[in-house]
Design a protein. Structure first.
Length: 244
């Protein structure tokens, strides 16, 4: 009814207003769409760049490369803006693939490292202990007072009792545990060091015991069996059983 009472000039004016309103609305919609698309493109670009940066360290860990061989030689393996993404990856991948990222967070971003649950740290480190090609990151075995605990071993020992269920699993790991170097490399082969021997050492230290060492693997196995029985009893009491 309103439109019927308009004069010719008023009619044209109303049409111009309607046209301006429609153009403004369309322009607003177009701008909004462009803003959203731009944000999506930037987000996708950031995600791709982040994944690509992290993939270098994930691939090294997946190959079983020791942390100290390459990643540990870098002045700062992770840029600050990558620390949250690295923390997120470790949290959702508590296994050997996170090993280099975990060590990088520990060494360079202690606040991000501290956010990770102790059980996650233990799972990553023990998974890496079973996987790395050589154990130079971990140290050497020998008589009490002569053995050496390297950086990854010290990080694991700091985790404490949360590492015991994972170390219990490694006490059954008879795979060779070679180290590089001269004397240590020779000892690791002559005395037939195994992953279980390193797990025995770390579990003993966490429990406050002095780990024993014998060049004869069969004699070491006797001590490992005693520790397994003790841990099974302890883990049954605390956790209702050992991890499987």
């Amino acid at each position: 009814m309103y439109w019927r009472g308009l004069s010719g000039g008023e009619w044209q004016y109303s049409l111009r207003l309607l046209h301006c309103w429609r153009s403004t609305l369309i322009g607003t919609i177009v701008v909004s769409i462009l803003v959203v698309l731009g944000a999506l493109v930037m987000s996708a670009s950031y995600s791709y760049t982040t994944r690509r940066a992290l993939s270098v360290y994930i691939e090294r860990a997946s190959r079983g490369d020791p942390y100290g061989a390459e990643t540990g030689q870098e002045q700062k393996p992770l840029k600050p803006e990558l620390a949250p993404a690295a923390e997120s990856y470790v949290r959702t991948h508590p296994n050997f693939t996170s090993y280099h990222l975990l060590r990088a967070l520990h060494d360079h971003y202690p606040e991000s490292y501290a956010h990770l649950p102790a059980a996650t740290r233990a799972a990553v480190l023990c998974s890496a202990l079973a996987r790395v090609s050589d154990l130079n990151d971990w140290g050497t075995l020998d008589e009490p007072g002569a053995a050496y605990d390297s950086f990854s071993a010290k990080v694991l020992l700091k985790v404490g009792t949360e590492a015991l269920p994972y170390l219990r699993l490694l006490l059954d790991d008879q795979n060779p545990a070679w180290v590089g170097g001269s004397e240590a490399a020779m000892a690791s082969q002559m005395d037939q060091w195994r992953r279980a021997d390193f797990a025995y050492r770390y579990a003993s230290l966490i429990l406050g015991c002095t780990p024993k060492f014998d060049p004869d693997p069969k004699k070491r196995d006797l001590e490992i069996e005693r520790l397994k029985a003790r841990l099974d009893e302890l883990l049954t009491e605390v956790y209702g059983g050992r991890l499987r």
